[in-house]
Design a protein around this ligand. Structure first.
Ligand SMILES: [Fe+2]
Ligand SMILES: [Fe+2]
Length: 414
């Protein structure tokens, strides 16, 4: 973020409405010849046209944009080796016994209402006044981070859709009894509380322009996401391992900062969300750990590819109808406030490499060995670049940007 060579956030790109068709093909998966041990996957995507800008003001015309028909574009077909599908299929029992217990039992789960004023209580209005008076102390840049985190959470339909694009684990019926189908739905249900809780809290705080926030959410869900990864579980769960840790760090930092502003109730809210993210991170990291155990060569190469492409953040297509660089601006504020930084990005990679014991894996193919060498040196390289870039940014006067989310008030970017 804010580092051209290190961007964990990509510049806004055309938005995507992903429609994916899995070509089942006429033949079964039990191909014998090695040439046919690939399953063709036809991926079709539609993209909205580039945002129309007024010739003199340069401002986007959201109305025109909303009424513009979606354009169609095609992604190259992808192929999933049958060997990988077999590895995934062999994990079914493991997932049943090790993954599903990572879910919190429903009756022990917290609910947003546990942390919000109760509208059925006589003290409702008093509690709101209290909440609003605490929120008055929150700085504008902190609010930008909190809104950005909340908008990211609210695009949950996109993430559930994305999980269901990963062949081998997707919930084919919407109520599939496979452990993967159960996990995807229950994970979504747990995550759903995060956006609900932050949204309602921010609504009651009186500090943000909820209409602009809601518009951003609608736009983001409509736009979808393009994580630039192959649609297979290996890549998908490496991505989610990374993302869950990133959100754990981000919510953990907003919790810590809330304490500094004496907003202890908000600190509890962000902290409880962070603890869910941590549990989800452990679950996804365990799946990938299992993949490294069963198929180290097959897992190492996609990890390398993803690190070379860099991780695209899930809300990178966010837009409020006004600011074309909204995501980059929000990411820059988060970087400056220390909510999520490029140093965190390097630390996450470092953490995952040690969690999966990549440095000690032996018996690898020569390609996987090269990938192993590259990956094990990567965090130190990124860390150096991130620190250098942060120091350079700190020595410059930060640019300022208005955010519609906070009634067009200005805050410093990186
Ligand atoms: Fe979340
Ligand atoms: Fe999460």
């Amino acid at each position: 973020m804010g580092l051209p060579q290190l961007r964990v956030a990509t510049a806004p790109t055309p938005s995507f409405c992903v429609s994916r068709r899995f070509e089942e093909g006429k033949k079964s998966l039990n191909f014998v010849s090695s040439e046919k041990r690939w399953k063709p996957l036809q991926v079709e995507m539609t993209t909205s046209p580039p945002r129309e800008r007024h010739p003199s003001t340069g401002i986007c015309d959201p109305l025109r944009e909303a009424t513009s028909p979606y354009q169609h574009w095609n992604r190259q077909p992808e192929h999933i080796p049958v060997e990988k599908l077999e590895v995934i299929a062999s994990l079914n029992n493991w997932a049943q016994e090790n993954l599903l217990p990572m879910l919190k039992p429903m009756l022990k789960s917290w609910q947003p209402q546990d942390f919000l004023p109760d509208s059925s209580s006589d003290s409702f209005f008093e509690e709101i006044l209290e909440l609003r008076s605490r929120a008055k102390e929150l700085p504008d840049d902190y609010l930008v981070c909190l809104v950005g985190d909340m908008v990211t959470e609210e695009a949950l339909p996109t993430y559930q859709t994305m999980l269901n694009t990963f062949e081998g684990v997707r919930d084919k019926t919407g109520c599939s009894p496979t452990p993967w189908g159960v996990w995807i739905r229950a994970w979504t249900a747990e995550e759903n509380r995060h956006g609900d809780l932050l949204n309602r809290h921010l609504h009651l705080s009186g500090r943000v322009d909820m209409r602009m926030v809601e518009r951003t959410i609608q736009y983001l869900i409509g736009a979808g996401m393009e994580p630039h990864i192959d649609l297979i579980l290996y890549n998908g769960f490496i991505y989610t391992s990374f993302q869950e840790r990133a959100t754990f760090i981000s919510h953990g930092n907003t919790a810590r900062h809330a304490k500094l502003f004496d907003e202890h109730k908000l600190a509890t809210i962000c902290g409880i969300i962070a603890s869910d993210e941590k549990r989800h991170e452990i679950a996804y990291s365990r799946i990938v750990g299992k993949l490294f155990e069963l198929d180290p060569n097959g897992a190492m190469l996609p990890f390398l590819e993803m690190m070379k492409k860099k991780i695209t953040m899930p809300a990178h297509l966010m837009h409020d109808g006004e600011n074309d660089s909204l995501f980059d601006d929000y990411a820059a504020v988060a970087q400056r406030c220390g909510v999520y930084t490029s140093v965190d990005y390097a630390r996450i990679i470092d953490h995952l490499i040690s969690y999966w014991n990549l440095g000690t894996l032996t018996g690898l193919s020569s390609d996987a060995q090269k990938a192993q060498d590259f990956l094990c040196r990567l965090p130190a390289r990124i860390h150096r670049l991130a620190e250098r870039s942060l120091n350079r940014a700190r020595s410059e006067i930060p640019p300022r940007r208005t955010f519609s989310w906070i009634h067009n008030k200005e805050v410093d970017l990186l």
